[in-house]
Design a protein. Structure first.
Length: 127
């Protein structure tokens, strides 16, 4: 229902009729009406996204599964890459490498997969 209310509120705010939005989205006015009433269950995803685009609405889909288990499952390969790179740097001494370094500079936050330093060459590698 909230999705439909958002679509309707934006359409009305923009001063558009359902017919106008349908024309821009390449769909029918009845499709716009169904969306605005919250009846999106049988609606094709392409049609919903076309109407959202016509109204300049961004829709985010966030898949969720068993709390943090999904993130751990999806990130497992990334974590293995970190460990393999760290092992590689240990084999090629005197590189000093640290996996997964986070930073914050004046409120801007980010992360680095591998941060490595070669003291002899005074080189810093950021991956």
């Amino acid at each position: 229902m909230r999705l439909g209310a958002v679509f309707r509120a934006v359409r009305v705010h923009r001063g558009s009729r359902q017919r106008d939005v349908a024309e821009r989205a390449g769909t029918s006015p009845s499709t716009i009406s169904r969306i605005e009433r919250g009846h999106v269950g049988a609606l094709a995803l392409d049609a919903l996204l076309a109407v959202a685009t016509a109204l300049e609405i961004r829709i985010d889909f966030v898949p969720r599964w068993r709390g943090g288990d999904l993130d751990r499952m999806l990130g497992a390969g990334h974590g293995q890459m970190h460990e393999q790179m760290a092992r590689l740097f240990r084999l090629h001494a005197p590189w000093i490498a640290v996996p997964e370094v986070s930073f914050s500079v004046y409120g801007e936050r980010g992360g680095v997969d591998i941060l490595a330093f070669h003291p002899g060459r005074r080189s810093l590698l950021v991956i």
